[in-house]
Design a protein. Structure first.
Length: 245
């Protein structure tokens, strides 16, 4: 039996399977390319499995090569799935921004030490009251502090002024941006903030160092009843909203 196996032809499928598995393994961590790597590893696994069976029956030699191809192809498939999951999560974070991890309401005016310890339901982030803060998983805290409905612009149009504050509680820098915000009217129409000519307190764009704070105003057209905050400018869904009416 051993003599017959020693003279059996080497399994071409095993060799091809190993080569394909090595190529799949080498490219399994590359974004986009690893979509091709997955199918390459799948083909390699099938070829290697057939080669292992043929070698076990004594029809072909090269069982070690076939087993190596099968093992490498399986590892490649696992690496592809793991890296794609990682890249997908990274893209999701970039597009949708960090999630809200907590909600809190300050009690007693502007004293930040008087905070409602009972408020912390991160699932309820819509139609928040003015004075309520949201905490993001990134460590950034965002608050709508006050609303002023008595503002008149240079052209006589009425505006709704919204004071907001960012606090960076993380160990890394964090961005703030006027385009993080939109105003929504009673009909559900959403618009970006508008220009107010007589103001030097308008929120701009920039970065906060760890522990930094930034307060600024946003101005929306008359009739705005909600302030919407987006933790990413690429996101279509607001992370939180505050009722202004």
């Amino acid at each position: 039996m051993d003599a017959s196996r020693s003279h059996a032809p080497r399994s071409v499928m095993g060799i091809v399977g190993l080569v394909l598995a090595i190529i799949a393994a080498a490219t399994s961590f590359m974004p986009i390319v690893n979509n091709f790597s997955f199918f390459l590893a799948l083909i390699s696994a099938i070829l290697s499995l057939v080669a292992v069976i043929s070698c076990a029956r004594g029809k072909k030699s090269g069982k070690g090569v076939a087993i190596a191809g099968l093992v490498v192809s399986i590892i490649s498939i696992v690496v592809v799935l793991a890296t794609q999951s990682m890249y997908s999560a990274a893209i999701d974070d970039a597009v949708n921004g960090p999630d809200v991890s907590g909600v809190s309401t300050q009690q007693g005016g502007d004293d930040p030490s008087k905070e409602d310890d009972g408020a912390g339901d991160a699932s309820n982030t819509q139609n928040l009251a003015v004075g309520t803060s949201i905490d993001l998983e990134s460590g950034l805290s965002v608050t709508v502090d006050a609303v002023d409905t008595s503002i008149v612009n240079y052209d006589g149009s009425a505006l709704v002024g919204v004071q907001v504050t960012y606090v960076n509680n993380s160990d890394n820098s964090a961005d703030y941006n006027m385009y993080d915000w939109k105003g929504e009217d009673a009909q559900g129409a959403q618009e970006n903030s508008t220009f107010f000519s007589d103001d030097g307190k308008e929120l701009s764009s920039g970065s906060l160092a760890p522990g930094g704070t930034k307060t600024g105003f946003l101005y929306f057209k008359e009739g705005t009843v909600k302030a919407l905050y987006f933790s990413s400018v690429l996101s279509d869904d607001a992370s939180a909203s505050w009722s202004l009416a």
